[in-house]
Ligand binder design. Structure first.
Ligand code: ADP
Ligand code: MG
Ligand code: MG
Length: 881
């Protein structure tokens, strides 16, 4: 294994393996130094070491590794022309974690490592800046104490606040060298009260810090984050040991964080913040209010110019928007970190389109830069008209627009409350003074996040943007009282309004507005950049995306979202309308004459439905599935006495008789009972009616100038004989319809593949069928033997025990069910090479499953619900590149 990789001006090329081995931070530090940007020198201890530290080395650093660390340190000393631990000319280090996937706020950093009682004096002499030296020392004592020895940060913060109070100053920067010396003294006492001592030996400091970063990988916060984000397959975190540069050396020094483009809107302007005379996390921590990056131009024009140039170099190198951390030491710029920036949906699309237009990336690359979540977010509801009077009247106050989107929910002040709301099915708005990594769980489950403190790069903002959750932060007119469960908002006119946990609040992440109550939201449109982007998506993908739509309205919506047709029209869904359900019941329970009359009425209803759907899908295939669910689903419960009485009257029978009849139709295991083609075979009249409705509707539509393309699909086939039976029935109805009308139309008869036996005998069925469509829900249900309606009782525990990696009803089980799918395709196309084969289960809208269907199974199309269509289109395009 390869333990250490140096970076910096004279370091030479890094170890192979990229982010996986060096972590994101380490890989990009090496990349930046190779590009010639000024990066303080250092070295990366690889993720492999973390893996071994946690799993093999019993949480210690073996002597060989330690020797190599010390040797790498010597190289940094040479480069910096100073010595670690030397009071005359000290080198200080930062020790930073960095995994392959960035985990904001999850892992910890120790700055100014190498300080002790002698070094601080030496540093003061060398720089002639005692204030700076003591400031660095107190920061180190706090970070080291917190990260390595797990002393609560608040113990240090309280001491600092006390001293500021005693000295009558507001800001850290107003404390003098003498004050800070006192802070150091008090910080050391904090160590004593915690029964530990601060190690004066600098090598001991380093050894302990490296170990602490590795241990942090297995800490609760990090584990929780990986769980929520479903991050698996990482070795661990790397540790980056790097020479310190100092942003706290006075007014020509500073530190900042900036995106190369706006992560909310995507516009090509720097978006960030900085602080003069500050170090490290000061900007993010919200201790002092940071200044907008654009102000740096006036203060240090040359540094600003260089920074802008650097952002351009980095965007070109990485072909993406960058999130950059930097420090300025006495007028000289240092680059400390860069990574592809997290962004909201709108920005993701705009940046992808702009980068192509600027010639930095290809369309194929652009398509990879927008995540399904981004589209999801863009296609989420928004507040329809922010100019409306009612909307404006509801605005209580404004904060920073940290992450766009509309969120409506009940105020929740704690993780527990958000989770409790969720269990009741209530949406939440998480309201906090400011968020910390401990709030991740609540933030994740909330619809939106509102904070009183913190800037655009605060923890809340970064995490919310990453998840595409609406967030308003730094809302200074808000105060949060966790104990009483209340929040108070000061309105523009100075008056105050109090809200309790459970009250509704709405957030507009686009504008930063906080609104009273439950505001109405509306769906968005595909125009502008999104339209351009989706056109590229369609150029690139090589599999069709159809939709599951049961009504003309759904069909219309799906077509607006770019569907290439209907892959599943569940015809019986239209039976549930109030005026129809009684006809269906009459059909099922009545005598022959009553059933006939009901069929006539239903024929008329269905014909109208299909005609409407054919019109909406003009020129595109419409796949209608014949009746599938058990008939019992259409019947009332015998307990509904009023409904039963009404029905008995209608059918001219007694309640007693009716009850017996309904009960006699109950099945022990209805999902494996009389449903699908079994119904069509035992009660052919329903199928005759449906076939007639489909074909008459098609002929009517064609007469009206519509290009109607009906595909008739037989459900739940397990034996080819079943299919043959239904096919003959359909063909004979078609023959009579065409004779009666003196006209005919093209149509196809195919089947669903949802019973394992159908998959196993696909070669036989394909002799008869003109297309296949996988009903992946039923196929999953029957392959696993999990009742889809009962998985709630064991799947969550399977997931937490690692018996299942994913819920197989959400993400296709490619190993098991996937094998059946591949086999079906092989056997089916072995007989008919051009056989059209698609999938119409929930999996058709799941990006990972779409990748499998497109790349591994070679399907012709996926079909998903209308609102998932754009996401499936994107997933299909991403799978094609
Ligand atoms: P995170 O992963 O939380 O972003 P980092 O490892 O990037 O943590 O460190 C946090 C901050 O510490 C950086 O943004 C930077 O301001 C400061 N920092 C890290 N390394 C150095 C260094 N070598 N010199 C000066 N400041 C540093
Ligand atoms: Mg950090
Ligand atoms: Mg950082």
């Amino acid at each position: 294994y390869a333990p250490i990789s140096p970076f910096g001006k004279n370091a030479g090329p890094p170890l192979a393996g990229g982010k996986h081995i060096l972590g994101g931070k380490g890989a990009n530090l090496a990349e930046m130094s190779e590009l010639g940007l000024s990066v303080p020198p250092g070295f990366t201890i690889t993720t492999e070491c973390c893996d071994k530290y946690c799993n093999e080395w019993d949480q210690t650093l073996p002597p060989e590794l330690w020797n190599q660390i010390v040797a790498s340190l010597t190289a940094v000393e040479h480069e910096m022309n100073s010595q670690f631990g030397s009071p005359e000319n000290p080198l200080l280090l930062s020790v930073r974690s960095g995994a392959a996937i960035s985990m904001p706020g999850m892992m910890d950093t120790v700055l100014n490592l190498g300080m002790n009682d002698q070094v601080v004096e030496g540093l003061a002499n060398k720089t002639g800046n005692a204030r700076f030296a003591w400031d660095s020392y107190r920061r180190f004592l706090e970070m080291f104490g917190n990260v390595v020895l797990e002393i609560p940060r608040s113990l240090f913060e309280d001491e600092l606040d006390d001293i500021k109070y005693e000295k009558g100053v507001n800001e850290d920067t107003d404390l003098t060298a003498e004050d800070l010396k006192e802070v150091v003294g008090r910080f050391k006492k904090v160590y004593e009260t915690m029964d530990t001592t601060f190690p004066q030996d600098v090598l001991e400091q380093l050894r302990l810090s490296i170990g602490a970063v590795f241990k942090g990988w297995m800490g609760d916060r990090a584990i929780k984050y990986r769980e929520v984000e479903q991050i698996r397959s990482l070795l661990g975190t790397a540790v980056n040991c790097q020479a310190m540069v100092f942003g706290n050396m006075g007014d020509t020094s500073g530190t900042g964080v900036s995106f190369s483009r706006d992560p909310n809107t995507g516009s090509a302007e720097l978006f960030g913040e900085f602080l003069i005379n500050a170090q490290g996390e000061d900007v993010v921590a919200g201790i002092r209010t940071p200044r907008n990056i654009s102000e740096l131009k006036g203060i240090m024009p040359e540094v600003y110019e260089e920074f802008v140039r650097n952002t351009q170099i980095l965007e070109k190198k990485f072909g993406d928007m960058q999130d950059i951390e930097f420090t300025i030491q006495e007028g000289k710029l240092y680059m400390l970190q860069t990574r592809n920036g997290k962004r909201g949906g709108e920005a993701a699309v705009k940046i992808a389109v702009d980068l192509v237009e600027e010639g930095l990336i290809t369309k194929e690359q652009a398509v990879q830069k927008v995540l399904p979540e981004h589209l999801d977010q863009l296609l989420h509801p928004r507040f329809p008209d922010v100019e409306m009077k009612e909307y404006k009247k509801a605005v209580l106050t404004r904060g920073l627009p940290a992450s766009p989107g509309a969120a409506v929910g009940r105020i929740a002040l704690t993780n527990e409350q958000v989770v409790a709301n969720k269990e009741k099915g209530f949406p939440s708005i998480m309201v906090r003074d400011e968020t910390s990594p401990d709030d991740v769980e609540g933030m994740y489950s909330a619809e939106g996040i509102l904070t009183a403190r913190g800037g655009m790069t605060s923890h809340a903002a970064v995490v919310a943007r990453g998840w595409g959750k609406p967030c308003v932060c730094g809302c200074t007119s808000l105060s949060v009282d966790e104990h009483s469960g209340e929040i108070v908002i000061t309105l523009d006119d100075g008056s105050q309004k109090t809200f309790k946990e459970g009250d509704f609040l709405s957030l507009n992440g686009q504008t930063g507005e906080v609104l009273e109550g439950e505001q109405a939201v509306a769906p968005p449109a595909i125009t502008g950049n999104l339209k351009t982007f989706m056109d590229w998506v369609d150029e690139i993908r090589d599999i069709d995306v159809l939709t599951n739509a049961d009504t003309p309205a759904d069909a219309k919506e799906a077509r607006k979202n770019g569907a290439n047709g209907i892959g599943l029209c569940r015809s019986e869904h239209m039976f549930f309308k109030p005026e129809r359900i009684s006809k269906v019941r009459q059909l099922i329970l009545g005598d022959d004459k009553q059933a006939d009359a009901a069929l006539k009425d239903l024929l008329q209803f269905q014909r109208e439905d299909y005609e409407g759907i054919f019109k909406e899908m003009d020129g595109l295939p419409v796949t209608v599935r014949l009746l599938d669910p058990p008939l019992h689903e259409f019947l009332p419960s015998v307990k509904e006495s009023a409904v039963m009485a009404e029905l008995a009257k209608q059918l001219g029978t007694s309640i007693h008789e009716l009850t017996e009849k309904v009960e006699s139709m109950e099945e022990v295991n209805p999902m494996l009972g009389l449903r699908g083609c079994r119904l069509g075979i035992t009660r052919p009249s329903i199928i005759e009616m449906q076939t007639r409705a489909i074909l008459e509707a098609a002929l009517n539509a064609i007469e009206a100038g519509v290009d109607a393309r009906p595909d008739i699909m037989v459900p739940l086939v397990g034996k080819v004989e079943e299919f043959r039976n239904q096919k003959e029935l359909i063909q004979s109805v078609a023959k009579s319809v065409f004779e009666e009308r003196g006209k005919s139309c093209a149509y196809k008869i195919g089947t669903m593949i949802e019973i394992p036996r159908a998959a196993l005998t696909a070669h036989e069925i394909s002799e008869e069928a003109e297309f296949f469509s996988f009903g992946s829900n039923d196929l999953t249900q029957m392959t696993f033997g999990y009742s889809r309606d009962d998985v709630g009782s064991f799947v969550p525990s399977y997931l937490s025990k690692g018996i299942l990696q994913d819920d197989p009803f959400v993400s296709l089980d490619t190993e098991g069910v996937g094998q059946l799918i591949k086999m079906t395709v092989e056997r089916g196309r072995g007989i008919k090479p051009d056989l059209k084969i698609g999938v119409c289960g929930e999996h058709g809208g799941d990006p990972r499953s779409v990748r499998f269907f497109s790349n591994e199974a070679g399907l012709s199309y996926v079909s998903c619900s209308p609102f998932r269509v754009p996401i499936a289109r994107l997933a299909a395009a991403q799978a094609s590149v």
